[in-house]
Design a protein. Structure first.
Length: 339
């Protein structure tokens, strides 16, 4: 199971000739970089971070589709939505031994068709009651890529949260959300080429949650690794700090892999706290020796107390993977419903 995503970091304007950002909108910098990461979440293998210009499109990820192993499942957000990419992942025309799978939310505005070419009008078939589901086959794009479409009506509170997020993201980019996107927020619509014999509807929804694991990884790097923070005002000093912190985050990820990846209930936040707490010991050991003993201690600390607590109200992803019945999480604060 492979999840892929990118995350942008704004840079001082003076660095626009090195890393070009999007710019153009008020409050945005013309300098910025983007980190692309592909994460094999079951075994912890990390590809990246690959650094590109901040304006680099997710659809042109530097991490090649051809490098995905046979039999893998690729999960990414809508920034990577591309029917041609899905077709490439699926290895159509090749034998079963080369087959790969993809899973993604559906991109509003993308036409779904039946095999005879007739367009499927979603508004006419969407479930009306919370928890109600439908599932059907369709084809996508000029490639006529066969997909499985899974749709579930979500609770009203979840739909309201999604509309709030859509409006906030649109505002950040200086645009307004589409009417269709706001309307369809009351349904989860997933497309995949995973066959029913391998994955049930419930499992599709749980697998979709795995995409958030890479969001949490970026959060760990940015909020707790302070990738975007610097006390310096010097552009080149700031960029050098980012490079150095990225190296530290890769080392941290290696230690997390060695220390607690075997535990499905691992807490990356708690494990990262152990790494930061012992960072000075690592630096001294690199200078004076004894690094193996220090690393052994760090791994031991992680294995003894870096677990997430079992939760009843908001189960963790690991609980769902281990058999907890799927249900939609609801935040404590809900925005008022749009008229």
């Amino acid at each position: 199971m492979v999840v892929e995503d990118s995350s942008a970091i704004a840079l001082p304007e003076q660095l626009a000739q090195v890393w070009r950002g999007c710019g153009g909108s008020p409050g945005t910098s013309s300098a910025g970089l983007k980190l692309f990461v592909r994460w094999e979440v079951l075994h912890g293998k990390l590809d990246g971070p690959c650094i590109t210009d901040g304006r680099h499109s997710d659809k042109r990820s530097p991490l090649a589709v051809e490098e995905l192993p046979a039999g893998s499942l690729a999960i990414a957000d809508l920034g990577f939505w591309d029917v041609a990419r899905f077709s490439q992942i699926a290895c159509r025309g090749q034998g079963r031994e080369h087959r790969r799978y993809f899973l993604s939310r559906w991109q509003p505005g993308t036409k779904l068709r039946r095999r005879n070419g007739a367009e499927i009008v979603l508004r006419g078939i969407l479930p009306h009651h919370v928890g109600e589901r439908i599932e059907f086959g369709a084809v996508l794009g000029e490639q006529r890529l066969p997909v499985r479409v899974c749709i579930e009506r979500v609770p009203r509170e979840v739909g309201d949260q999604r509309r709030q997020d859509l409006r906030e993201r649109a505002q950040d980019h200086g645009r307004t959300p589409s009417e269709e996107g706001l309307y369809l927020a009351d349904w989860t619509i997933v497309i995949t080429n995973l066959p029913r014999r391998l994955v049930r509807f419930d499992d599709v929804l749980i697998l979709l949650r795995m995409r958030w694991q890479i969001e949490r990884l970026f959060r760990l790097w940015k909020e707790h690794g302070h990738l975007e923070d610097s006390r310096s005002k010097k552009p080149w000093r700031i960029l050098t700090e980012i490079y150095g912190k990225l190296v530290a985050m890769v080392i941290q990820q290696w230690l997390l892999h060695e220390g607690c990846w075997h535990d499905p209930h691992r807490s990356l936040f708690k494990a990262a706290q152990v790494v930061r707490r012992e960072a000075n010991r690592i630096m001294v050991a690199l200078y004076k020796g004894g690094l193996e003993e220090v690393l052994h201690d760090i791994v031991s600390y992680m294995r003894s107390g870096c677990q997430m607590e079992t939760r009843r109200q908001r189960p963790t992803t690991s609980q769902f993977l281990l058999g907890e019945p799927h249900r939609w999480p609801v935040r404590k604060k809900i925005a008022a419903r749009s008229p």
